[in-house]
Design a protein around this ligand. Structure first.
Ligand SMILES: [Ca+2]
Length: 337
C-alpha cells in the first residue's frame, strides 16, 4: 500500500512536470481554472486535492488500490489533459501510455533461437531497468505525426509507394516513411524519447517475461499481427489485432511497422550496458552523418517468423532507411524516483 502510494504520488509529479515551456494547458473538462504555464504550476495545490487528481488521472479511488491486479494497471494513465503548443495553437496529440514498472530481466532469447542462428541477440545478460517509464500503447499514428508537422516542428515524411502520408482515411495507421531523426524530433516534441533497446524489449515482454513473442509462445499468424505480405500487404490501423497484444496491452510490438530504437546498432551484446540506457557511440546518441541504428519488431513486409520475435534485433540506416514504408516508431517518457 505504501509503495503504491509512492508510485501514485510520483505519477502526479510526473504528469505535472512532463511538459516543456513551449506548452500550456488548454481549457479542459477538469477545470484547471485557466491556461497555466507549467513553470507557474503550484504542485502542492494540485496534490493536496487527491479527489481532483484521481478524476483528472482516471484512477480509481485510492481506498480501492489494494483491489488492483498490479501497480501497472493503476499507472496505465491516459493523458490527464490536453496540451497546446502555444506558439502555433496546435493541440499536442494524445498518447495512450502504458506504465512499465522498473525491474530486472534476462535480456535476449532464452528460447526460440540460438547464438549460432542469431548471434546479434547474444550473449544473454541480466539487465536492470532502473527507472520506471511510460511507453506508447501504439505506434505513433499518421494523425499524431500530422499535428507535429502542422506545428512546424516535424518535417514531412517521404511520399513514395506504400507511404501513409497524405493518404485518405489512413489517419489511424502508423506513420511510416520517416527517418530516425524525424522520429526522434516527434518524440522530443511530446516531451519523450525513442525507447532504448532494453526498454523496448522489457516492455514487449511485459516486464521481462520469458516469452518468444509479445503475446506469448504461440506461433505468429495473421490474427495476431500484421507481419507477412499475404496478411494485409500494407500497414493496418494501430491496435487492429488485439490478440497480439502484450499482457500489459501494448499493441503491434510485433509487426505492422518496425520501430526505431534510440540505440546505435551493434552486431552483438558484447560490452552492452546492463541497464536501460541507450548504447550509442556519440554523446546523447546524436548523429552528424548517416549510420546504422537498431530497429525492432518486424513489419508488414517481413515474411519470416524470426523477425517478429520480441528479442530479435535488426538495423536500418538512420537517415535513409532501406525500407521506409516498413518503418515507424513509438515513444517513451521517463521519470525518476
Ligand atoms: Ca510494430
Amino acid at each position: 500500500m505504501i509503495r503504491s502510494f509512492i508510485y501514485y504520488t510520483f505519477a502526479c509529479l510526473f504528469c505535472l512536470s512532463c511538459v516543456s515551456d513551449r506548452f500550456k494547458y488548454s481549457e479542459n473538462p477538469y477545470d484547471l481554472d485557466q491556461s497555466i504555464n507549467v513553470n507557474d504550476v503550484d504542485i502542492d495545490r494540485y496534490l493536496s486535492n487527491s479527489n481532483q487528481m484521481n478524476d483528472m488521472m482516471n484512477i480509481p479511488d485510492m481506498m480501492n488500490i489494494s483491489d488492483m491486479m498490479n501497480i501497472s494497471d493503476m499507472m496505465n494513465i491516459p493523458d490527464m489533459h490536453t496540451l497546446v503548443d502555444m506558439q502555433v495553437g496546435i493541440e499536442i496529440p494524445t498518447i495512450d501510455w502504458i506504465f512499465i514498472e522498473s525491474g530486472s530481466f534476462m535480456m535476449g532469447p532464452t528460447k526460440g533461437t540460438t547464438a549460432n542462428e542469431y548471434p546479434e541477440e547474444f550473449p544473454l545478460r541480466l539487465v536492470t531497468i532502473q527507472d520506471s517509464f511510460w511507453i506508447g500503447k501504439t505506434e505513433v499514428t499518421v494523425a499524431q505525426y500530422k499535428a507535429c508537422v502542422q506545428s512546424g516542428v516535424c518535417t514531412l515524411p517521404q511520399n513514395l509507394q506504400g507511404c501513409n502520408w497524405d493518404q485518405i482515411d489512413i489517419d489511424q495507421h502508423p506513420i511510416n516513411c520517416v527517418n530516425w531523426l524525424q522520429a526522434r524530433t516527434f518524440a522530443h516534441w511530446i516531451g519523450g524519447e525513442l525507447p532504448t533497446e532494453a526498454e523496448w524489449e522489457y516492455a514487449g515482454r511485459s516486464k521481462g517475461l520469458d516469452v518468444i513473442y509479445p503475446w506469448g509462445d504461440e506461433e505468429p499468424n495473421c490474427d495476431r499481427l500484421n507481419y507477412d505480405q499475404p496478411c494485409f500487404q500494407s500497414t493496418t490501423p494501430v491496435c487492429a489485432l488485439p490478440q497480439g497484444n502484450t499482457q500489459l496491452g501494448l499493441c503491434d510490438m510485433a509487426g505492422n511497422v518496425y520501430e526505431f530504437m534510440l540505440d546505435h546498432y551493434h552486431p552483438s551484446y558484447e560490452q552492452a550496458p546492463t541497464n536501460q540506457e541507450p548504447w550509442c557511440d556519440t554523446l546523447n546518441c546524436e548523429i552528424t552523418e548517416d549510420r546504422f541504428v537498431s530497429i525492432r519488431g518486424g513489419s508488414w513486409g517481413n515474411p519470416y517468423d524470426h523477425g517478429v520475435r520480441v528479442t530479435h534485433r535488426n538495423r536500418s540506416m538512420a537517415l535513409q532507411p532501406e525500407y521506409p514504408n516498413n518503418g515507424g516508431f513509438r515513444v517513451v517518457k521517463k521519470f525518476n524516483f
